[in-house]
Every structure is written in C-alpha cells, then in structure tokens.
Design a protein around this ligand. Structure first.
Ligand SMILES: Cc1cc2nc3c(=O)[nH]c(=O)nc-3n(C[C@H](O)[C@H](O)[C@H](O)COP(=O)(O)OP(=O)(O)OC[C@H]3O[C@@H](n4cnc5c(N)ncnc54)[C@H](O)[C@@H]3O)c2cc1C
Length: 275
C-alpha cells in the first residue's frame, strides 16, 4: 500500500500495516547463529519459500521462513552481523519479547511443481526456505518430486539443520538427497568432519553428474550469499539450466567468484559463513 493510500485508509486497515509477534522460543547454535520461533498476534499465512519482515525500533529486515505453513510458529534462522542495524538488537531478544511483523509474507522464491527435480543450493542461513519446502512437501504426503540439497558453510556447527535433513534423507531416500559441505576443513572447529569439503558453489557441477540431473526436468534454486549465487549462475546458465534465486546480501567488498582455473581463489572469509 502506498503512503498516500495508507494515509486515507480507515483506522482498522492502518493498524494492520504493522503487526507484532512474540518470541516463544530462542535457540543459540553458535555465538552468531540462532533460531527464533515467533507467535504472530494476528493470523499469518505464507507459502513455503516466502519471507516475512520483522523489526525492532523501526528497523526492519526480511527473513526467509524455516517453518512450513502447518506449523504453529514462525521459525527463523538468523545470522548476527555485528555491524548491522537490526541483528545486534535481535540478539538481545529473550522469550516473551515482541518484534514488529509486516502482516503479509512476500517473495516468489517458491517451489515450481512443473519440475520433477529440485536442486537446492544454500549458504548457511540460506537453507531456511528449503526447510520450509521440504517440511511442507513431506507433511502433505506429496509424490513424484525429488529434492537435492547442497548446503555450504565454513564450519560444521553452522550446518544447523543437518541433523533434521540427514534423518529425512535416510527416511525418504526417494524424496531427498542432502549434501553438507564445509569450506575450512583444516581448522580445529571442523575437527572430526568426514563429509564433503569445498565451497558449495564449487561442488554443484560434480553433484549434478552424480545425481544424473538434466536441465530439462530440473529447476535449480540458489539462496543466501550473492557471491555463491553469481558463481553458480555463471557455471550453469550457459549450459541451459533454469535457475531461481534469493539473494540475502552482497559482502561489503567486491567479491570475485573462484574459477577452477583461477590462480588465486578469493579468501574464504570473503564468502562470509557461506561455504
Ligand atoms: C529475501 C531475503 C531473505 C533473507 N532471509 C534471511 C534469513 O533467513 N536469515 C538471515 O540471517 N538473513 C536473511 N536475510 C538478510 C537479512 O534481511 C538482513 O540483511 C541481515 O540479517 C542483516 O541485517 P542487519 O540490519 O543486522 O545488517 P545491515 O545493517 O542491513 O547490513 C550491514 C552490512 O552487512 C552485510 N550483511 C548482511 N547480511 C550479512 C550476513 N549474513 N553476513 C555477512 N554480512 C552480511 C550487508 O551487505 C550490509 O552491507 C534475508 C535477506 C533477504 C533480502
């Protein structure tokens, strides 16, 4: 609604312009990653893959919704940006506190059921919309589609939904393949890691081959760090892959994606937590 229209709208409509939600649960995974569960004060509907806009003190930001529509609370997976305007305030939230909530979910980053195969690539918190899609799909008992999720992070403890995804992939192998990957295997924080290594954008082509995917019946979804998205697009688009994308942020400094032939790949920290 434009400002002009909202100024003339009845009080009941204007009051709906921003609603609130109560924090019912908070779980800290690392010092800079947490999950919040919010209870909206008015009914809030959304499609899996969409985002909601929350705020504090007038500062608002969009967050993809992790939960599926049938779940009672809005689940959000949030990364702290220490220099950011909103996330340091969110980090002070405790159960019972309130945030503002725009009354409508937004976004077109939803599943396209015209495709049978869904290749989903995420950096850290970019896993959020894919969780909602997978939970929704399994809850509805739908059939005929296959999800392939590649999830990148710098450190294993940032792969927050790996337990749930690994269990679902074991239970529903005909529906879900899940590949977590870490980009800094040599670091102490990743000790004991036995899975895939390398930034997620650099393993996409290898897994496309392993999963025997074809561009004619596969849609590629990219979510999270814009550098990852740009690099995967550069690799796949010339080969005819169709792609949907949800950009969370560009890093403050210019980012150059790593090419296999590049003599000096960009330092891992430029990818943020993003695999
Ligand atoms: C559609 C959409 C969905 C999103 N969903 C999520 C989500 O599910 N979870 C989530 O954590 N974030 C998500 N984001 C990012 C979120 O909206 C905020 O941008 C982020 O939380 C930072 O907000 P801030 O006010 O603290 O920082 P700001 O003051 O807005 O940003 C300060 C600077 O930090 C950079 N920055 C922003 N995010 C990051 C980051 N994660 N790591 C490093 N640098 C960053 C920006 O480039 C900016 O220059 C989403 C963004 C969009 C557009």
């Amino acid at each position: 609604m434009s400002e002009e229209r909202s100024a003339t709208a009845p009080e009941s409509v204007r009051r709906l312009a921003i609603t609130t939600a109560r924090v019912v649960r908070r779980k800290d995974h690392t010092p800079d990653l947490m999950t919040l569960w919010l209870e909206p004060t008015v009914p809030f509907s959304f499609k899996p893959g969409q985002y909601c806009t929350i705020g504090l003190g007038g500062v608002e930001r969009p967050y993809s919704i992790v939960s599926a529509p049938h779940e009672p609370f809005l689940e959000l997976f949030i990364e702290l940006v220490p220099t950011g305007q909103l996330t340091p305030r969110l980090w002070r939230l405790k159960e019972g506190d309130e945030v503002s909530l725009r009354p409508r979910a937004k976004g077109l980053f939803t599943m396209d059921m015209a495709f049978r195969h869904h290749l989903m690539v995420a950096t850290v918190t970019g896993i959020a919309p894919f969780m909602s899609m997978v939970r929704h799909y399994l809850h509805r008992g739908l059939e005929g589609h296959h999800f392939y999720i590649l999830h990148g992070a710098s450190y294993q403890d940032e792969l927050v939904y790996d337990g749930e995804l690994t269990a679902l992939a074991q239970k529903y192998p005909h529906v879900l393949c899940y590949v977590p990957t870490i980009s800094r295997p040599q670091e102490e924080r990743n000790r004991g890691w036995r899975g895939q290594t390398g930034r997620v954008n650099t393993i996409v082509e290898e897994y496309i081959e392993r999963f025997e995917l074809s561009p004619h019946d596969t849609l590629v979804y990219l979510c999270g760090h814009s550098g990852m998205i740009a690099d995967v697009k550069e690799r796949l688009q010339p080969k005819g892959w169709r792609i949907k994308e949800e950009h969370y942020y560009w890093p403050p400094k210019p980012w150059k994606p790593a090419r296999p032939s590049a003599p000096h790949p960009p330092p891992a920290e430029i990818l943020g937590g993003g695999g």
